[in-house]
Design a protein around this ligand. Sequence first.
Ligand code: GLN
Length: 266
Amino acid sequence: MSYAPMEIIIGWLYPKLMSTYGDRGNVITIERRAQWRGYNVTVLPLDQNSTAEDIKSVDIIVGGGAQDRQQEIVMRDLQGAKAQSMRHKIENGTPGVFTCGSPQLLGNYYEPAFGKRIEGLGILDLVSVHPGENTKRCIGNLVIEVTASPLAAELQAMTGIKPYLVGFENHGGRTKLGKVAALGRVVYGLGNNGEDGTEGAFYQNAIATYSHGPLLPKNPFVADWLIQTALRLKYQQEIKLSTLDDTLAMQGREAMFKRLKVDLPN
Ligand code: GLN
């Protein structure tokens, strides 16, 4: 008897407008790590040519960073039935990784350096404000400890180590969280706003972060968490992913922690 391989559809938000900061590496990482395990993968761009039905069809959503102007175009396009679909997916546990500009548009609003406030989708209870052109951007390496529940415990169970993530931030906007949980706490860098020590947000199975890097090739176990969560939701069964050789990526993380003088707790 032969079985059709399981399939994952990755929905990639506005690849042309939201790829300024290299976050396509997140898409590639999920794609390859799923293919290496024998799953069929389709990458579906979700953009101006897509419908609400397209959004409904995806198993994982990836959204990258963008500059203010591009972000404004996206926010104007992601309205009505498409916005409803996005909300429905995230509310119902579709896993996703949203970086920098993407969380800003999933939040309540974003105030760019120039121009008027842009209303967000209001899925994540957070607001983002760019304090103006003369304010320093938040740029540099970023290390966070994931604290969000149950993500932190699940990542720790997968790896056997404390869920510290390395990345790189580059944003003007400052984010303040409302009722949504932070993704984690800043260990090195600035995070959401450089003031309250929070980084990113975590809601249902949506990971929102200021961490480019891109995030997933630097911390591949997060990609595995997304794949595993997507398969569980789609096929309604627990799926154990086979192990891949991540020696290089893990050595890269170690080197980064060392360089930034971050002590990893046991
Ligand atoms: N335009 C946003 C900001 O500067 C997002 C930047 C980004 O996605 N890296 O805050």
